[in-house]
Write a new protein. Sequence first.
Lengths: 455, 1015
Amino acid sequence: MSTIDFTRELPVIEGRPSLREIDDIIAKPLESKPDIKYYIALSITLTMLLIGAVALGFSFYYGTGLWGNNNPVGWGFPIVNFVFWVGIGHAGTLISAILFLLRQRWRNGIARFAEGMTIFAVITAGIFPLIHVGRPWLPLYLIPHPNQHSIWVNFTSPLLWDVFAVSTYFTVSFIFWYVGLIPDLATLRDRTKNRIKKIIYSVTSLGWRHSNRHWQHYEMVYLILAGFATPLVLSVHTIVSFDFAVSIMPGWHTTIFPPYFVAGAVFSGFAMVQNVLIFIRKIFNYEHIITIDTLERMNKIILLTGSLVGYAYAMEFFIAWYSGVQAEQFAFLNRAFGPYAWAYWIMVTCNVVFPQLFWLRRIRRYIPVMFVIAVFVNVGMWFERFVITVTSLSRDYLPASWAYYSPTLTDGAILLGSFGLFFTCLLLFTKTLPVVSIAEVKAVVEGSQPSHGDH
Amino acid sequence: MKNVSTDKKEFWRSLKEYYDNPETFRNKINEFQDGVTDDFNPDELNKFSRRKFLALMTASAALTATACTNYRDKGEIIPFTNRAEGHLPGTPDYYASHINGKSVLVKVREGRPINIEGNPDHPVLSGRLDAQTPADLLNLYDPERLKNPSINTSSADWSVIDSEVLGILNKCADDNKEIALITHSVNSPTQFKLLEDFSKKYNSLKIYSYELVQNNRLKAWKNCYGNLDIPSISWDKAKIILALEADFLARDDNAIGNAILFAQNRDVMNSTEFNRLYAVEGGLSLTGMNADYRLPIRPDAQFHFVTALLNHFVIERKISFAKIPAAVENIISNYSLADFSNEFNVELKIIKNLANDLLTHQGSSIIYAGETLPVEVHTLVFLLNEVLANTKLYNFKSGFKYYNTATDFTDFKTLSEKLRKGEVGAVINFDANPVYHLPSAVDFADAFSKFANSISIVESENETSAISKYVLAANHELESWGDHQTRADLYELQQPVIAPLFDTRQKENILLTWLNGVYDEKAYHKYLMANFSEIIYKKQNTPVDVKTYWYNCLHDGFVELKNSYTSDGSFNLDNVSLSLPKIDKSNFVVHLQKSYFVGDGKFTNNGWLQEIPHPVTKITWDNYASISPLTADSLGVKNDDLIEIKTGEGNLTIAAFVQPGLPENTIVIELGYGRSVIGDVGKGTGFNANKLISIEPSNYIINKNVSVSKIGGRYKLVSTQEHHSLDDTFVKDFHKLRKIIREGSLEEYKNNPNFLHEDELHLVGITREHQYEGLKWGMAIDLNKCISCASCVTACNIENNVPVVGKDQVSRGREMQWMRIDRYYSGTPNAPEISNQPMLCQHCDNAPCENVCPVNATNHSADGLNQMAYNRCVGTRYCANNCPYKVRRFNFYDFREHLADAYYQNNLSNLIHNPEVTVRSRGVMEKCTFCIQRIMDARSEAIKENRELKGTDVVTACQSVCPTNAIVFGDINDKNSKVSKYREHKLGYHVLEELYVKPNVTYLAKLRNTHSEES
């Protein structure tokens, strides 16, 4: 790699695999029986999921009192988890939609998987607003529907905007993902000998025949959907940030929140995608499809968004000082030096300090270190939401009502369960659908496109 | 067709049938065709018809179906057809009665008392109450009350017990063996007469009386003046008040009466002349919090302080309106204010100011010593008041009335010995708890437990009844007749408002049964009426007949006695011997004090009272040892550490609490906790400090003979407020920086009435704001008058069905009280300045809670109320997060079900609920409603009377009990209303004004009446 010809694009897929080889390698996990390691992994994630489900069952039976929430701190772990998972879900659409529009061909190898993670992360996130309420059996009240009391929902409440934002995001992401899957499903249909699979693939591939006409329509739809999804990437976390920014609590009431939240979401999303892909490329032998170059590019985005987040942290302090509002100033001093200082410094170290190591090319390309840094990023981003949600509430305007929040075992179990749900979905995904887009990868293999270079 | 005209169709199967062929006809009669019956005989068949069979099948199926359903007996519903005269179902009735020593109105709905409010016509209390009295209601509905009498813990019939006890008593009378009757102090003339009659019948009866904290003031008065006619104090005329270890605003027997009069000189709406309160005390009390100057000194140094003051006035200033014996003058001449200031490290300037104030206000100041101080201090205080002619403030006409004095501990000790020796025939525990209360040196518990003929008349099982042979279940006060005379010019009646809920009897009636030999349900009622006629009716010279007069008095709840009374005692120190004790300041002193809310342990099982935060520390559910920060450092003790206190009487392991404002080496512990035989609510609450009470008068309740050490281990004390270290600059004085508390001095206000609003921000709204036409509700709280007694908290709890959550939930910060009193410290840990602020929903015009609720469960009414629709609430808690005042309360559990295995969720305790207010379940947000049910009630009254609703028609629950009238409620759109005037007042401010949420609770800034040179 010492001499790089910058006039040529680097190959996205290494080793010029033939189209048939691509079909084979991507379809392989779907055509072979799962091995013992898969079952071990699945049993671990299912156990986590079960622990969460039991904790949730208890919470439904006894009440939210089983959690650590108290009088000043009305929102605890569930909201922290919600924002965290919505954030994780950001990378997928960003990779598949925005990078698609920006013609970033390296995205093709990771887009499918990232989109899948988006779907599962949003499913996981979507559970929390429903379960965190005191009376989870009344979700209908959050949906505008005609009723005999003539009570409408309150459109001024950011929580209601959340309901719409997250459900729209989920719907569009899902459709985008599914449309992308159609050519692959057709390929699988053509390959499989199993009758049941054949029926399923036939139905879900919607009669795709790889015809030129299909491809033309497909490309157009995909482009339009990418256009649809792009603003959503920005809007979802903007609206999630409104949950905080629209309130009047010091530490919440901040205009920097929308861009800061979006940057943070992309940051954590990329970290999570990077983490999981490192396993996927190894286990399924996709090293030439999801190349080190691709990982490096992701690490660059982590570095960028991490720096944005760091800038936001600094700017929050500056604005708090600049505002001259005592309560505002204290809210931020209290974050850094109050009873939750430990959480704040975990957040700063993980989110601002460690990603700076990605300035070094060697670290960007060295898998063990990049993996650890991305894990830290996710820890840090979880703590960021914790710091924002909890520290601001625990010490707000009236010192007389300040109180410390400590989570309970139930809180921890539900958090564990959310990871259980997410990873269970991911594991099932790897064995049921192609985790890398066959059609899109074929499109970026060297020699697959007409070129003017090698005659 | 044949017979077309008839309605009935006839069917035919063949032409033969149609033409009435006889054979067909014959065949028709036979059910079976020929040949069919060849194989069987139809007559032998069962005669059971198909119809009957089906009917029976149906019936049995229906029966089986009903029998198998999970049918629960839902109880009987009895129509209120025979209603009491004058009663309308659905409307409350009020009955004047007397509960917990206070004249009250009991609110009764459909026969069940649901609230205890003050009696507005009462000349002393004028409808005001303390925090304890209304909560007594919970004792009535306590599921663990005694439900029937028992012998040796197995339930028994009253008639059996009566005959057995009569046998014992008669045998005692025959053998001339002592019958010991143990009771608390008696203030009921009829009960006193009953005891006298009882002792007339049983000559060997000896009455022992005690209170957990004995009234040394009374003893000293008797020594000095030779009688028990101790006067009340005209606090309203006092310009300078010096409270020596005296919590006269809260823990005094007459605290409400005191507070009412005290606050009259703190009314900035009427006058800018305030009284000035000096508090000289060890433990930081409620009165100390409200003082303009507070000097922390050891409780055993009070004698020195009073001596020094006397020296200043008598020797230095040569003032005396009283004759002072030479012996006394001798002592006081040896000790000066300067000596005191040096010895106890008290600022001399403040003491000098105090002395000057007392001097310039001779005859209009008062020095008042707390009842726990030794008799000698009280004697000197009486002398000091005589010297300064402050006796003008003694109100003998409305003086206190005592029927008996406390029995000496030595007599109790003799009783224990006699019990051991078998010289006593029977012990009647008359609604007391000596086993728990009496000092360990009396050694009563052990002697009593081995004693056979022990009789306890109690409402609930206690330490004494648990080791009594006969346990007689007594009525609650709300089920009993009675009379009371706490003041010389006031006679109060108590009437039952509900029939006894269980197989219990009124305690006086139990004695009366033994006196008469037969039980009569109405015996004590008649006895009371007869005595009333004797001691009240005949002396009042009224033209009406006795029955009418009785009913009138019963209706009013009290009689103002015509015969005025003045003291005939004269001050006399000849019998008094005094000597200046020596104090070693490095020694620890323990001061045992009354509890603010649980009484002497009577209310330990009362969840409402356990959960009211302590006025100073905000700790709930426990007592603790308060120590000063410096002493804590030297002992190496932090909050919640266990310490061991050793006195000559015994050892006590107790959790420590570091309390600013305490003098060094002083430990203050409240009594009434740590009961061993108690219901589920009171179990494991606090520590029993009674064992430190000494029977030596010199060490009685202020024990100087103490050693303290830290032992390992911790005990979690829970409070409703975080404890921020006072010298932590990180959070210091936030309440002032954020303009939550705004204060000034009286001088400042007089010089510039607008001083508070000099730096006012001009706030601009950018939205079109709603215009309120017609009525708009608002509240004002005068922080000059509020003494933070927490009466409002109890009143609100009862009115609004606020649940008890328990210690565990308070520790998680989930207390549910809608009304709370925030306490802020400023100044130094040694001399903290304290600001209190009742905090409740501010009903903001721009309420931040409203716009964030996704389901519109909280919204604004046209008359300015911030409302909660419980049914609509899904419990996102967003509103609570966005409330800058943090007054919203969330039901994290169904707290009624959660507390101690659904302790308060049973058929009995459910009766306590106010039917006008929804009982909230889990997952729902709630908060102060400005007593919307009372507003609606007033509105329907107004509609009924065809008039406009006025702001003054509504009195909120907190407002109605407030002893100092600090809370004002009404229509803020009516510019002439009281609340509007408060709102417009120069001292009025809103908390967190600059948020522009436009709150509708106005606070009047507190003015401290300090000396001008200091302001």
